[in-house]
Design a protein around this ligand. Structure first.
Ligand code: JHZ
Ligand code: SAH
Length: 405
């Protein structure tokens, strides 16, 4: 049995999704024979309550100079991060402020600090997206964050008022080194502010497509509290977010440095009531995931039999789990429409569904669009009114499989 990455207790997986490729590994046909696969399985640690992958993919195989996810493809996310940056600027910066962000990608958040002339540093190992940020005038280094890098940053720039990370902390298996680095990097009153998809939402909505190679952890307030306490830090506030299908934002400070907001205890009580501390919850989650797969495949096969056309909307990382776990192949869906140039003209990981530019979707609407970017549903549906007006229907599978009439 593998050991918990946080507390070393042996853990057993509660679900196996089978062999999976790299979620963002869009590829060309000549690369099909060499595609990398691993066992995608998730386990729950009954000791420290951390939900996690039990087999990991090397970080260099996922994050490199051809990384396919560019944060700025969503205008709503840009707005979300602008608001977060405004809050940080208003409430959390002291004299001679310094802001560090890990997983800063194409600069979607740090641009707000750079434009305001605030000292900042982005840590972004994927060199191609980091370069886009540099072009915007954002100081960025291409390295993986860990305790050693934290020491080097303090030596060169001093300590930080804010250490930020969105959709990145849950990507890093060696979290003890990260949190030890944060402890060194933060000023006495400094804050670590990060957000990731929330386990409570995954369980409540059966959003199993949050599970893929990059997401090593599925955090709750319980499991994050345990982790940071090992390093003399504590959660002082939590704020639920609607983005990415339900996320949680955590505010963490040095132990005793800040008053703890009542929301922390309230959210912990909610987690207890939901049963996030009990193994049975994950048995039920597995059953719900299996039912979702059965329902989605039945729907797609019925539509196929009626001779209707289905195309997929947004070649998300999440869709790699859906297509490979459910068995969605190019005979069931024609293509995946996506706005990211680096994905276009390639094939989806594992299932090898062609990825086509968004213009293909607009040129000849399918009868049904399978919404792989369901987390951006509002943004997408607002701009696809013409698809609906032309008789097009959306297929969604979170929180349940259904056709939106
Ligand atoms: P989106 C990635 O997940 C990977 P993904 C990562 N592991 C993570 O946690 C989150 O991001 C933050 C396309 N799109 O945001 C563009 C359209 O085509 O759900 C992108 O290819 N049209 C770091 O990949 C993809 O969706 C649109 O109108 O699941 C992004 O998908 C919109 C809004 C997006 O992230
Ligand atoms: N914060 C952005 C980007 C999320 S994508 C957003 O929310 O949209 C996750 C990013 O984290 C990738 O660009 C990846 O290269 C980066 N990353 C992965 N491991 C990292 C590590 N150990 N340290 C810093 N960044 C890392």
């Amino acid at each position: 049995m593998p050991n918990c990455l946080i507390c070393r207790t042996p853990i057993e997986p509660f679900i196996s999704f089978g062999k999976m490729p790299i979620a963002n590994g869009f590829l060309n046909p000549e690369e099909f024979p060499h595609e990398h696969f691993f066992d995608l399985q998730v386990g729950f640690c009954s000791q420290c309550k951390m939900v996690q992958l039990t087999e990991l993919v090397e970080q260099e195989k996922m994050f490199h100079g051809n990384y396919a996810f560019f944060s700025s493809t969503s205008s709503r996310m840009a707005e979300h991060f602008r608001r977060l940056a405004d809050t940080v600027k208003r409430e959390y910066l002291g004299p001679d402020p310094f802001v560090v962000e890990i997983g800063s990608n194409d600069g979607i958040m740090l641009q707000n600090f750079a434009q305001a002339g605030i000292r900042h540093l982005g840590i972004e190992p994927s060199a191609n997206v980091a370069e886009v940020a540099r072009q915007k005038g954002i100081r960025t280094i291409s390295e993986f964050f860990n305790e050693d890098l934290a020491r080097r940053i303090v030596a060169e720039y001093g300590q930080a008022d804010a250490f930020m990370g969105a959709n990145v902390v849950c990507h890093i298996p060696y979290l003890h080194s990260v949190v030890a680095g944060v402890k060194i990097l933060l000023k006495p009153k400094g804050l670590m502010i990060f957000e990731d998809p929330y386990l409570g939402d995954i369980v409540a909505k059966t959003s199993y497509d949050q599970v893929y190679d990059e997401h090593a952890f599925y955090f709750s307030v319980m499991s994050v509290s345990y982790l940071v306490a090992q390093h003399g830090l504590e959660i002082i506030d939590v704020q639920p977010q609607t983005v990415h299908g339900g996320s949680m934002r955590y505010f963490i400070g040095h132990k005793g440095a800040h008053p703890i907001k009542p929301m922390v205890a309230a959210q912990l009580a909610k987690e207890e009531a939901m049963g996030l501390q009990r193994p049975e919850t994950y048995v039920r989650l597995r059953e719900n995931i299996e039912r979702s797969r059965t329902d989605l495949m039945k729907l797609l096969r019925d539509i196929k039999q009626q001779g209707k056309r289905v195309a997929c909307y947004a070649a998300t990382s999440k869709s790699t789990t859906v297509t490979n776990y459910c068995g969605i192949t190019p005979d069931l869906v024609e293509f995946i429409s996506d706005t990211t140039p680096i994905k276009q003209g390639k094939y989806s990981p594992g299932a090898h569904i062609p990825v086509k530019p968004y213009e293909e979707f607009k040129k000849r609407y399918p009868d049904y669009a399978l919404l792989f970017g369901w987390n951006h549903g509002e943004e997408i549906m607002a701009k696809e009114q013409a698809f609906k007006a032309a008789g097009g229907k959306w297929i969604v599978y979170v929180p349940k499989v259904q056709v939106l009439e």
